[in-house]
Design a protein around this ligand. Structure first.
Ligand code: FE2
Ligand code: FE2
Length: 441
């Protein structure tokens, strides 16, 4: 079965996990091993030719004999397409009251899809791409999105968040965020239009993946600035939706046939417009904003505040939704947001979070040292609510500003979980030294 070595460089191959090789059917890609034991002197040898099939026993034997298996980079798209052939025969154990868990196979599939999306994104950010490279990259993205749709079939928001939490992280704002937004866009669009065509759902997923494409034309030091931007820097950042639109509408750009570059460009151009007309770059309002752009804005916001990053624990779905409610009708389309909640609310209570953004200008596409959140007046407990052992009394404070965490006159209330607000200690807050919000120890 093993054929003579091929002289390909290491970057012409990528490794795959044994679990992602379908058995008992013709594989649409060649399978390789690295027969060299020397680092940087890889020698790839073909183990299986495209069109051949492996039995479960063959695969078992390969696992014992080979450390790693590889696929040629030029066949990445065939490999991705083959993922739908994999059958999931495991049922994850679900704890009552907790979100449904993705299966191991779903996590593995999504990991490989995310790696592929990042592989393509990295090409874009390395150098300003030619239209040829951009076209190839977008074709690669399309394969990724098509497979994501297959994985996410009947996912709820909660389950997707579980899935996202199971994936490895790279560089949040450059890579992870776009992939996550794409997955949320797919789910929201399918909820909005259950009978949507495959092409429409692909378009929605592509809009999420490409929403910040224009950033490749903005200087890196501005893109990565997690602090306060100067007026000039902010003006520069505000150009990225327009740049994205221009990139997608270049005359000589060749895209897969089921993508509509004009529509995609319009969505990318409008993802920072606010429902109330206060966004940028065109100050569109309501239905003037393309529906997929309004969906992207919800996905963008939700992911920016719920995804775990190195410097900050994520907000719970409950906290995130309570916060986002305050932007309904302002930044976010209220009808679409309610639709977004259809699945998420199955898993959560209806309590209101006392967290609040300290600024109306929160930009989910920009990096933040810490989310600009504070604690505001909390809902009063119902008369029937009695303190339990885990409750503490939060004393009334005058307004105080602890750097990024501003306590906005909290009235006397019972706070059930003293850790629910990360590192914020409201009791005796004025004596406590200022602490950054949810910064990891
Ligand atoms: Fe953006
Ligand atoms: Fe974004």
């Amino acid at each position: 079965m093993i054929e003579p070595p091929e002289s390909h460089a290491i970057d012409s191959f990528f490794s795959i996990s044994f679990e992602l090789v379908a058995t008992d059917q013709a594989l649409p890609y060649d399978l390789f091993i690295n027969s060299s034991s020397l680092e940087n002197r890889e020698k790839f040898v073909k183990l299986l030719r495209a069109g051949d099939a492996l039995t479960k026993e063959d695969l078992k034997l390969f696992r014992t004999k080979y450390h790693q298996i590889y696929v040629r980079e030029t066949q990445r798209s065939f490999f991705l397409k083959s993922l739908v052939l994999l059958k999931d025969d495991t049922t994850p154990v679900q704890q009552p009251g907790s979100p449904e868990r993705p299966s191991d196979l779903e996590i593995q599939k999504t990991s490989v899809l995310k790696e592929s999306a990042i592989h393509h994104l990295a090409h874009l950010f390395e150098d300003e791409p030619s239209t040829e490279v951009l076209g190839q990259t977008i074709s690669g993205f399309r394969d990724v999105v098509e497979n994501m749709i297959d994985v996410l079939q009947d996912y709820s928001i909660d389950k997707l968040r579980e899935l996202i939490g199971s994936l490895s992280f790279h560089d949040f704002y450059t890579y992870d965020h776009s992939v996550n937004v794409s997955m949320y866009c797919i789910l929201i669009y399918k909820t909005l239009k259950p009978n949507a065509t495959q092409a429409e759902v692909i378009q929605a997923g592509m809009a999420g993946l490409l929403h910040d494409l224009g950033k490749i034309k903005i200087p890196t030091h501005i893109i990565n600035n997690a602090g306060k931007l100067s007026e000039e820097e902010f003006k520069e950042i505000q150009k990225h939706p327009g740049f994205g639109n221009e990139l997608l509408n270049q005359n000589d750009l060749k895209l897969p046939g089921d993508l509509d570059p004009k529509q995609l460009g319009e969505i990318v151009m409008a993802h920072h417009e606010n429902f109330d007309g206060t966004g940028y770059p065109r100050k569109l309002a309501g239905n003037q904003i393309h529906v997929m752009a309004r969906i992207t804005a919800i996905a963008d916001f939700f992911d920016a505040i719920t995804t775990k990053r190195s410097y900050q624990d994520p907000l719970s779905i409950e906290e995130a939704i309570s916060l986002m409610r305050k932007f309904e009708g302002k930044k976010l389309d209220p009808k679409l947001f309610e639709l977004f909640l259809v699945h998420a609310e199955k898993m959560m209570g209806k309590t209101e979070s006392p967290l609040e953004f300290l600024t109306e200008e929160f930009d989910p596409c920009q990096p933040h040292d810490h989310l600009p959140l504070g604690v505001t007046a909390q809902p009063k407990p119902k008369p029937s609510e009695k303190p339990n052992a885990g409750s503490i009394l939060v004393e009334q404070q005058p307004a105080a500003d602890f750097g990024k965490v501003k306590v906005i006159v909290p009235p006397p209330v019972l706070k059930r979980d003293p850790l629910a607000f990360g590192q914020i200690k409201v009791i005796g807050g004025q004596k406590d030294p200022p602490k950054p919000f949810r910064k990891k120890k």
